[in-house]
Design a protein around this ligand. Sequence first.
Ligand code: SF4
Length: 216
Amino acid sequence: MASDLMTPAAVSPARLKRELERAVRACTACELYSGRTTPVVGEGPFDARLMVVGSKPRRHEDLQGRPFAGGTGNVLDQALQVAGLDKQDVYLTTLVKCRPGDDRPATASEVEACSQHFRTQLRLVRPEVIVALGSFAASVLLRRPVSIERVAGYRLDIQGITLIPTYHPADAVRGVPQAAVTLRRDLTAAKAVLDGRLPTGAQTLAELRSRTAVGS
Ligand code: SF4
């Protein structure tokens, strides 16, 4: 994923942001465009080292046009603060940019249609660490179905980016007991990876391979 992340050097971040927003606002590539109030492009600086990725906008996000709004946003803000992360330094986005009706999960074809925009964001931001919120986002980014209960907190390597799956703040809002504390723990781990205090996903994978090498 990271190997083809080339940002045109001559184009200013402000212009890239405008072009991305224009592309998403004009997008009718899947049926979700017809039910949206406001498409939610994403928010944050293009030089962010950390990208936080959810699956889809929900009601508050759709109304405000901003990712992670309402109670979900409050939980995320608190977790970022506890982790020592400045929200202004983090790029926040979702896999699909338009709210599915009744807050149902996005379909595979909707995620595929919207991946053009997500790939653009990856090319522009070039994050070192991605925190994937919830089973759905983690499964899409890992390209296989995973349960967040089983993978939360692992540091995984996806083509040079350290992926840390964790609970979605909406899980905490719904009262899933371990969601808030695990989200804080895993964002703290993301900060430690960025600070060089914890191994990246690639280092973790190399260590795992060395431990399981034939003959060892
Ligand atoms: S969800 Fe994505 S692909 Fe579908 S209409 Fe919205 S921006 Fe386009």
